[in-house]
Design a binder for this molecule. Sequence first.
Ligand SMILES: [Zn+2]
Length: 223
Amino acid sequence: MGKVNLILLGPPGAGKGTQAKRLVERYPLVHLSSGDMLRAERAAGSELGKSVQSFMDSGKLVPDELVTEVVISRIKRELSAGDKGVLLDGFPRTEQQANDLAKAMEQINEKIDAVIDLQLDSKVIVERMAGRRSCPKCGRVYHLKANPPKNDNMCDDCNVELIQRPDDKEEVVRKRIAVYEEQTAILEDFYRKVGILKVVDAAQDIDSVSESIFKIIDQIIEN
Ligand SMILES: [Zn+2]
């Protein structure tokens, strides 16, 4: 099957993790998330990894240029290793990184074939996230509307009262959305100009979102 290189964009609550998993099952793709790549590089103890570690240990954000170096060296390794493409998640985040990525891909005769942009109205995101409740004992996640517990606000398994994690509180969710939208608008412009931005409506149910993405990729592979 044809090899494709993809970038996956999506706000919190858009089901990006689920879709990434399905894509990797269906196509010859390696899922590379920026967080995982940084942790892997640190664990490998390379020179790059040691720099990453010094930032992480001091609780500082790893600088953009260092992230770029880690990610690009990993992409090159993956793409030269076999016949799988890459599914990038969490990278690039800036226009500079998008430019650096394009250059690096060109050097190894590769390119990004499509940027899958999961779009979800911020009202829906807030609704999805704000309804989430978790069991403090077993970690099981519920949703007040989509997946409520049998007994009001109690975990089905533990009979412990459910809590709302700080990350899911409306105010925090709104801030995360604002940050995401600001970053993403830049990337959307960039890849729209390149002509590979593919917008997918993430308000559909999960299976329909998958189908929409598969259609886009199948078309690329056929051509
Ligand atoms: Zn529980």
